[in-house]
Design a protein around this ligand. Structure first.
Ligand code: ADP
Ligand code: ADP
Length: 227
């Protein structure tokens, strides 16, 4: 069975002036457990809308979307979220930021310290545990945001242009790190990007959305050797 199923999904935004904007139109796809999927397409085609719906942060107008057989009805600790901005709490250290979601949901003792140490080291954050976010570069902050998402052991990692604000070299390094983490932990990843080379480098399959909102042009399987 697929991990994520999306059937006839529609999203219509109502603007304040009363206009209707079709953001997603009859969207259909399945995603298997452990797949790395990129979603590409031009600005305004509905990528962020789709991701926010999957994350339970936005209502859909009609259709069905389910993760692990359960209809998406709201935010869930099943989902690890990474946005373009790291959204770290400035008054907490990197370590405290990384534990925070598990801590508030299940208590500090539920934090898997072995996983924390492993992930921090995989992304080069070892030694930065006691620093505050403002003491780190944008790339290092975003690495902490990725670790924070993974420490929850989510069923799905949802990433919306996670490296969009970073310079090209940092971005390349983080793509390699992300693939290493994926190869080891085989999380199901949905990765939104404007960059086709990035999508090709990372993904098993690419969901290409057309300028017509919501319409999927094609789901392209990418069959490349993994590093
Ligand atoms: P991106 O292209 O990076 O997804 P956008 O600039 O399209 O970002 O959107 C930024 C934010 O503004 C999003 O939260 C989106 O939901 C909201 N937004 C986008 N278009 C509109 C619109 N026409 N009316 C109101 N809010 C919008
Ligand atoms: P993308 O992420 O691919 O740039 P979005 O999902 O942000 O696309 O937007 C899809 C469409 O929905 C766009 O036409 C955008 O203007 C519109 N839209 C997004 N958010 C809102 C909103 N809050 N209100 C009205 N229209 C929106």
């Amino acid at each position: 069975d697929p991990l994520i199923t999306c059937r006839s999904l529609n999203k219509v935004y109502k603007t304040r002036s009363g206009d209707a904007v079709d953001a997603l139109v009859d969207l259909n796809f399945d995603i298997a457990k452990g797949e790395f999927i990129s979603v590409v397409g031009p600005s305004g085609c509905g990528k962020s809308t789709l991701l926010k719906i999957m994350a339970g942060l936005l209502d859909y107008t009609s259709g069905d979307i389910a993760i692990s057989g359960k209809a998406v009805t709201g935010p869930s600790p099943q989902n690890g979220l990474v946005f373009q901005q790291p959204n770290l709490l400035p008054w907490k250290t990197i370590a405290e930021n990384v534990y925070f979601p598990v801590e508030i949901q299940q208590g500090r003792r539920a934090v898997n310290m072995t996983l924390v140490r492993e992930l921090m080291s995989m992304v080069g954050l070892k030694g930065f545990e006691g620093k505050y976010p403002h003491e780190l570069s944008g790339g290092m902050q975003q690495r902490a945001a990725i670790v924070r998402a993974l420490v929850q052991d989510p069923a799905v990692l949802l990433m919306d242009e996670p490296f969009g604000a970073l310079d090209a070299m940092t971005r390349d390094m983080m793509n390699v790190e992300l693939l290493k983490i994926w190869s080891k932990h085989r999380k199901t990843v949905i990765f939104i990007t404007h960059s086709i080379p990035e999508a090709v480098f990372l993904s098993d399959r690419v969901i290409a959305m057309t300028p017509r909102p919501g319409e999927i042009a094609e789901i392209i399987p990418i069959d490349l050797p993994r590093p």
